[in-house]
Design a protein around this ligand. Sequence first.
Ligand SMILES: Nc1ncnc2c1ncn2[C@@H]1O[C@H](COP(=O)(O)OP(=O)(O)OP(=O)(O)O)[C@@H](O)[C@H]1O
Ligand SMILES: [Mg+2]
Length: 223
Amino acid sequence: MGRDLIKLVDVGKSFQGRRVLNRVNLEVGASEITVIRGRSGAGKTTLLKLIALLIKPDEGRVFIEGLDAWSLREGERTRLASNAMSYIPQSIDLIPSLSVRENIELPALIRGVPKSVRERALQDVIGLLGLSNILERRVGTLSGGEKQMVALARSLVSKPKLVVADEPFAYVDDAGVETLFGVVRDLRDRLGTSFIITTTELYLKSFSGDKEYFLVNGSLTRV
Ligand SMILES: Nc1ncnc2c1ncn2[C@@H]1O[C@H](COP(=O)(O)OP(=O)(O)OP(=O)(O)O)[C@@H](O)[C@H]1O
Ligand SMILES: [Mg+2]
């Protein structure tokens, strides 16, 4: 299966007899930004959930780092996904009443990562994303773009090879997109992180990935 982080082979998915994804093929390598464009309802979230192993395909196979994910036992499959990637859902699940620092630290806290290791990882991502000025703010008081940045920071604490982000630029203006996408490119270059990003923006206006795809009528096409 080579060195692909992610490989989808002829993946199909239907809901209540209605086909949402049809024979989808996708390969994602290291240090690579993949952008998937499609209208609302095109199946972008469904595709990302298949990649993150949150839902099972009806047909086809999902390989993560060369392993056929759905042929593994549940525990192995969960570990495979959590070792390889960090998933940022479409509705960001930050906790408004906690500070930026607490939100970023929370997943590592839950996993039982020791305080010193947590603190170092936190300082690393804060430095990378330039978040030190809002660290003690409550997330409920942040702008949409700032929240996206915090969600990105939190996803990076575990140093994933791949970040899967569902419409991270949805509530950000053009200048904000430029800043956020600049950070994404910087992380690709400095850490070798790969990204899969969805957007309803159908034109390559404000940002473009290393690989660009359109999702139309359940079919994914490289452009
Ligand atoms: N669990 C589900 N049960 C039934 N239908 C579903 C389910 N999940 C998604 N769908 C349907 O599948 C289609 C694709 O949904 P999906 O959420 O993947 O679209 P999307 O491209 O992410 O849209 P948006 O840009 O609005 O987020 C939609 O018609 C949606 O209603
Ligand atoms: Mg969606």
